[in-house]
Design a protein around this ligand. Sequence first.
Ligand code: AMP
Length: 502
Amino acid sequence: MPNTLFDALFAPLASRQDRLLILPDGSSLSGQDFLALVARAAHALRAAGVVTGDRVAVQVAKSPMSLAVYGASVALGAVFLPLNTAYTPDEVDYFLGNATPKVFLCDPAKAQSLAPVATRHSAHLLTLDGNGVGSLPDLMAGQPDRIAPADRGPDDLAAILYTSGTTGRSKGAMLTHRNLLSNAEVLADLWRFTKDDVLLHALPIFHTHGLFVASNISLLTGGAMIFLPTFDADTVLRLLPQATAMMGVPTFYTRLLDAPAFTRDLAGHMRLFVSGSAPLLAETHVAFQARTGHRILERYGMTETNMNTSNPYDGDRRAGTVGLPLPGVEVRIVAEGVEVPQGAVGVIEVRGPNVFAGYWQMPEKTREELREDGWFITGDLATQDGDGYVTIVGRAKDLVITGGFNVYPKEVELLLDEVEGVLESAVIGLPHPDFGEAVFAVLATRKGANLSADAALAAIRDRLARFKQPKAAVVVDDLPRNTMGKVQKNLLRQTYADWFKG
Ligand code: AMP
């Protein structure tokens, strides 16, 4: 039966005896090997009760097997729901409650703490570790290595990816088969991917960048991936000579530049380095070119929209900009409800086949951000010049992006405010040489309280994923406010701008 995404990305693997996934230990999986894993995982999920339309929630280490679960979920016509591995059981509790998945797949080491959460939300708990061990692989043993995909069309849901929420509530972005396939097709064409490409893949696959941009493009075009569980500079340097292209967050590129072994020779045969998910400093762009001769291609997207803009492959890759609207994607810059004059700052709005179908079970949030005529209000502030290049100048909603991961200050502030001695708090992102931005907290004390910044941070440590925890904090008497009573975060950012420098 037709299945839009499966037919384009996974079915063609049936004829591929060449390497699809190259692993750090030098072993590899052919397209056929991988497709057999997809089929066995699909049969196992079906045995666990998954039917078309069910959500399959997954919080496991990146591995060929976890990528196969994505394929399996697509094959069954289910909705793939990957979760950041750093989320704590409390955070997972919210996601399972909101998405009510049929199956929740977690690491065996966390099964004990997550089992009550799965039970509470009637999800069937299965396990899988980074080495392919767990109850899912047990269930896969002996299953057929072929699967007839479920009937799914372009408008059916393929995945839900959660964004961070300004009020601490994450929203599940519903992505259709068309959203994912159209974007992969446009990017593959624009960035000239072919079956001869070997993509160095060190991004996590619980996020749109690693899961959709990187994996989908590679699967669609018949190339291979050097599939690394995490970004480790030594491993990347060792394997880079086998690659033709790499996709990364800016932190990857600053880490490579920190390594003296990263030379022009080592990158000599590469044809493309892509950066996104957070602003790439113009300084990094320039240093990278000086070291390697390559101009990093920066693009811009988000969970809800996939990719929206990209610097050109052949034309001028302008440092500090995110390039031009993708073919088929409309971009406009809006302030006070109207398009701004050229060069003025406004909020980016986008419309096209890449734009999601709305937030899972949040019709009001959907109405607030997705206009009836299809324009999505991104919340990113930007300018667009006469040539069409977009430059992002800030984030309307004060999102902090640290090492490529999003942290909404409100979520952290709410926890800090509960700490004894804290009257109120402001969480901001400050420039950080390694993470791009680091989470920083400004704590206002209750009168007479003897508050230590370190003790306050220690008090929330177990309640938040590590990447969301402030890297440092200061204690002050009062937070600065404007006449409307709003905390002036800009002032705080200026005051502490140099905190992590040096
Ligand atoms: P996410 O939904 O996690 O992909 O985060 C999306 C947000 O990351 C966007 O709304 C932007 O604020 C930011 N972002 C993504 N790519 C870039 C980029 N190239 N430059 C600046 N910000 C970016």
